[in-house]
Every structure is written in C-alpha cells, then in structure tokens.
Design a protein around this ligand. Structure first.
Ligand code: GTP
Ligand code: GTP
Ligand code: MG
Ligand code: MG
Lengths: 293, 278
C-alpha cells in the first residue's frame, strides 16, 4: 500500500526535523505511481504532486506523526480539497417543470441513472418527476427507460416514431406543464465528445430547453481519456455536475480526480450498483482514500 | 513529439508520458522504457526515429500472442459466449459479428441470455434482425440465463446452424454470485455440446483504465477467456491497456469495435494498432 511504501522511504530519515527536498523527492515518486495506477490523468498527477511538494516542503514534522504519516496527511487533504470539500446538492430551483439533462459517452450508465435519479427525486425529495427518453438511436433505448419507469412508478413520456430528440424534449416539457410534473429527467443518447453533429444536438437542446442541471455521467473505471471527455463536454455545455457510475467495483476511480481537476464542477452522485435504488451522494473523503489505495 | 531530438532522459520521459496517456499502465510502460534504455545504453539506438521504431517493435512483441486462430468452421454449431462488465459494448458487438458471419455465408442464432437488464432482449432482437440471423432464442425477463443458452445451443444443433452467439448480462468481475452464474452458463452449454463454448470473448471498452487488467484476470480465472474484443476505438482513447493484458494473459485480440453501426467491426491488426499509439 502507499502508506507502507512511504514508511519505507522515511524510515531512513534520521531523527525528526523538517521535510526537505531530498526526502520528499522519493515520496513524490511513490505517490506518482500510486495515482497513475489509480488512473489519475498524467498531467493532473504532475500538477497535484507540485501542490503537495509546495505544501510539504519546509513543514515541521509534527510530534504526533511520522514523516510518512505527515506526507500522507498532506496528500489526503490536498485531494479532498480538490474533489470539492463538501457534498454538492442537486439544483431544483426555479419555475416548474425543472429540466435535468444527463449526458455522456456510450455505455456510461445514463439511462439507468436517469431512472435512479427519478426514484431519488420521488422518494427522497417528494417531487413528481417525468422521465424523457430522448435517445432515438440506440435499439430499444426508449423501451429501456419505459421499463425502468414502470419499475419505480414514474411516468415516462412516449415519443411518436418521427420525433427527433429536440422535439421529444419540447413536447415532453409541454406535457409536463399540462399534467403537473415538477421535474423532467432527460435521457440522451451516448455520444463521442469528438462527434460535432451529436455535440451540437446537445447544445441546441440546451438552448431551447434550458436545463437547470446538465450532468455528465462518467464511468468510474475510465482511464486517461477522462480528461478529454470531461473537458469537451464542459466546454460545449458548461455542465453543472458529474455523476460517477459503477463505483461499487474495484476500480480505484482516479477518473474522479481528473474530471474534477479539469472541469472544476462538483461530483454530485455515485452509482453503486445495477439496481434502481443504487444511487448515493458523493463523499470526497471516501473517494480520496480509495484513489490513494 | 519526440522526433529530431537526441536520446536523453527528457526524451525518455516524454515517451513515458505518451505511453501512460495511452493507458499502457505503469508496469508495462516501465518494462518498455527499461528495454529501450538498455538499447540506448548499448548504443543500439542513435536517434529518436530509431527509438520510435524500436518502441513499436517492443509493443508488437507484447501484442503478439501464440493462440489458435479464430476459426468458426471447427465445430457446428460453433458456440461463442460474450462476456464483460456493464456497458462495454457486448450486445452491439454480437450484432456486428452476426453480420460479419452472414457476409461469410454462415448462419447464426443469437441467445438473449441477458435476462436481467431492462429491454436487453428487445435490443438484441433488433440487432438480430439487422444482421439477418436465423433466430433470436429468448425467454422471459428474469428467467435463468443458462436455460436460454441451453435452448439456443440445442436449437442450433437440431437445425444445423453454423454459429451460436450468446449474449450475457454485463457484470462487475468483483461480484462473486454473478461470476458463478456465468460459470454455470458455461457448464450448461458444455452439457448440450461437449467442447462448447468454443470461444469465450471478453469485451473491453477502450476508454477503460487499469481496471481492465483486473477484469481480464477475474473473467479468465472464472471461465478461461479465449479472445478479446476492444470496443469504442473510434473515440480518443488509445486502448493501450491491451498491451499489458496480451503480454500477461496471453489472450489474443479477435476484433475491434470502431463505431455504432453494424459494419463497425474490424479484425485486429497489431501493426496498425502499434502505429496508432503515437
Ligand atoms: N455495476 C453497475 N452497473 C451500472 C451502474 N450504472 C449503470 N450500470 C449498468 O451499466 C450498463 C449501461 O447502462 P445504461 O444505462 O444502458 O448506459 P447508457 O449510458 O444509457 O448507455 P448508452 O445509452 O448506450 O450510451 C447497464 O448494464 C447498467 O445496468 C452502476 O452504478 N453499477
Ligand atoms: N462509439 C462506439 N460506441 C459503441 C461501440 N460499441 C458499442 N458502442 C455503444 O456502446 C453502448 C453500449 O453498448 P451495448 O452493446 O449495449 O453494451 P453492453 O456491454 O451489451 O451493455 P450491458 O449489456 O448493459 O452490459 C451503445 O450505445 C453502443 O452503441 C463502438 O465500437 N464505438
Ligand atoms: Mg442509454
Ligand atoms: Mg448488453
């Protein structure tokens, strides 16, 4: 583990005294490997190590800690600070129906998360959500959202065969107003951040529907590419937050740090399973400990 | 990024960055850089052009796997089981493969053995139609996946169908009961037809990081994976994780997924893949 490796490095430190350039250098190397193995982006690791080095240099090793513990404490604190110190709430302010739109790469978990979010809004926030299946491309995508909606007793807008994604959103909005739904949860098709036509589709929906929240749904096991994905979605849509899925596996989840570092937007929820109740609020300290291994 | 420079620590560090950012991973990158440093030390590499070529050759060594070729005429029906974690592209890959075989004049039956996820059966049926398969064998949502696999292989045997492809539910490799379910499906298939499944393909998403190693390890230990499919290479991810994986587990890459259309399936070409890394 990282703490064992750091303990070995600092075992050679004679007595106590200050953390200096020399003893920090090896520690930073170990931290670098730990973060890269956890899938934190290479460039994000470089920046992160620099901020740790600055914090650690010249610090008096506290009486109660070994130098290794001191460094781990700094690393952990820096990471928690980076991940967004406190829990970020979902924004439901403004005139109803409040639209929430989920976006992201293919297979990241958007459709399932839409249903999980609708269930959360219904049971925990006592809202009346309306699910909107705006994915007309993937085979049986609308069917998938409809079946999930049925499982949790949340109504799902049913598109007609010729509606395009924008029309689906606008018509669902009209229907929601007429029938007193207070929240729209919009499922969009998975798409590549480099597909201009598909990214434009989202920009147009954003302009016309004005979602209160645009949430990027990202897979916790994503590797170095997480920064490219997050950066592009954020630049095109100015996302409001992130939902990290499939976190209950053994992926270290370094993508969380990369995404946060490059977008500065909060991770709001995590998916913790395939079942429709498997959605939790994001806790920065837990994620930080996991990434550090 | 590194052309025109003489080989020094800075160049090797640049190389490390390229490999790590391609998801090659710390361990495999370390091994590759060590090999190259040795060659530089012995003066076998004079400039960065040579360095690039040597790196490509080292990567190719990692990617080349001694494995039997993918030959669906070895048995009839030739049974393929497709597995992997959630959302990697299994169902889509099955549609693409069925079309691939159809174009070769082979008839396929698909087994909708993902009886868990909402509309998984409907999704496979649409792909089956698009690929022109003979039939999609299915049951009810919530039914025993092994029963569906059993029916599909029995049907294929009875009707002299060339190929059976079995779609399974996505599952995290850490979920013991779900991995046991897969083992049971494999056993049941073997009961209907000894020697089957003839191919167990693990589908990996090219955007996945180091967790792909753990995925491969666990699926391999549970089932014996005979081939990999690497999907979503049409994005910006390089899929470098397969370099370490092929090297460590000796499992060949059978196909690449390069898009969402039924024709977006390619046979794996190691040279092309190594070139595209830089
Ligand atoms: N283990 C686990 N699986 C999840 C989680 N969230 C979603 N999934 C699974 O991931 C797979 C993909 O989920 P979808 O909801 O279809 O993903 P999507 O982003 O809508 O996919 P596209 O629409 O094709 O882009 C399914 O098998 C889901 O059950 C999670 O938190 N944990
Ligand atoms: N861009 C791109 N998308 C792909 C590729 N292969 C599959 N997809 C997309 O990835 C998403 C998930 O594909 P599925 O076939 O449902 O994945 P799966 O592994 O069967 O998912 P589960 O059964 O839920 O575990 C869909 O939106 C597919 O269109 C590929 O090679 N490139
Ligand atoms: Mg979807
Ligand atoms: Mg599937």
């Amino acid at each position: 583990s990282l703490s064992e490796k750091l303990n070995n490095i600092f075992r050679k430190l004679k007595g106590r005294g200050k953390l200096n350039e020399e003893n920090i250098k090896d520690a930073l190397k170990e931290i670098k490997f730990a973060l890269l193995e956890a899938d934190v982006n290479y460039k994000v690791v470089k920046d992160f190590l620099e901020s740790v080095r600055e914090k650690a240099l010249g610090q008096e090793v506290m009486r109660s800690l070994t130098p290794a513990q001191q460094v781990i404490k700094i690393v952990h604190e820096e990471m928690v600070a980076l991940m967004g110190g406190k829990c970020s709430e979902i924004n439901l302010k403004g005139p109803i129906p409040v639209p929430i739109m989920l976006v992201g790469l293919q297979g990241s978990g958007k459709t399932t998360t839409c249903a999980k979010l609708a269930r959360f809004l219904k049971n925990k926030k006592h809202r009346k959500p309306y699910l909107v299946p705006a994915d007309i491309y993937r085979p049986a995508a609308i069917d998938q959202l409809k079946k999930l909606g049925d499982q949790i007793g949340v109504d799902v807008y049913l598109p007609t065969p010729n509606e395009d994604p924008l029309e689906i959103c606008e018509n669902a909005m009209k229907k929601a107003k007429m029938n007193g739904y207070d929240t729209l949860v919009i499922d969009t098709a998975g798409r590549l951040h480099i597909n201009e036509k598909m990214m434009n589709e989202l920009e147009i929906i954003k302009q016309r529907v004005r979602p209160r929240e645009i949430l990027l749904v990202a897979d916790a096991m994503t590797g170095q590419d997480a920064v490219n994905i997050a950066k592009t979605f954020n630049e095109k849509l100015d996302i409001d937050g992130v939902i990290l899925t499939k976190t209950e596996g053994d992926a270290r989840g370094g993508a969380a740090l990369s995404i946060k570092a490059v977008t500065k937007k909060p991770i709001k929820f995590i998916g913790v399973g395939e079942k429709i109740d498997a959605l939790e609020l994001f806790h920065p300290e837990r994620m930080a400990s996991r990434i550090l291994g | 990024l590194i052309t025109g420079k003489k080989i020094d620590d800075e160049v090797l560090e640049r190389l490390e960055e390229i490999l790590i950012m391609a998801d090659v991973g710390v361990k495999a990158t370390d091994e590759l850089i060590r090999q190259l440093s040795k060659m530089v030390g012995k003066n076998e590499i004079k400039d960065s052009e040579q360095l690039k070529e040597c790196l490509k050759q080292e990567v190719l060594k990692f990617l080349k796997v001694e494995a039997p070729p993918f030959d669906t005429s070895k048995a009839r029906p030739f049974v393929i089981m497709v597995v992997g974690v959630n959302g990697t592209g299994k169902t889509t890959a099955i549609g693409k493969m069925a079309k691939w075989f159809k174009d070769q004049g082979k008839q396929s039956i698909l087994a909708a053995a993902d009886t868990f996820r909402a509309a998984a059966i409907e999704q496979l049926e649409i792909w089956g139609k698009r690929a022109g398969v003979v039939d999609v064998i299915k049951s009810q949502p919530g039914a025993d996946p092994s029963a569906v696999a059993f029916d599909a292989v029995s049907t294929a045997k009875a009707r002299g169908i060339d190929i059976v492809i079995i779609d399974t539910a996505g599952r995290l490799h850490t979920k013991v009961n779900l991995m046991e379910e897969l083992k049971k499906t494999k056993r049941v298939i073997g009961k209907v037809m000894p020697g089957a499944p003839h191919e167990i393909l693990l589908v990996l998403d090219a955007t996945t990081g180091q967790n792909a190693i753990a995925q491969t390890k666990m699926f391999n230990e549970a089932l014996g994976v005979t081939g990999l499919i690497l999907t979503k290479l049409d994005g910006t991810a390089k899929g470098g994780i397969v370099i370490g994986i092929c090297h460590e587990f000796n499992i060949p890459i059978r196909f690449l997924g390069v898009g969402e259309k039924i024709t977006d399936l390619r046979l794996f070409d190691a040279e092309e893949f190594a070139e595209a890394l830089f």
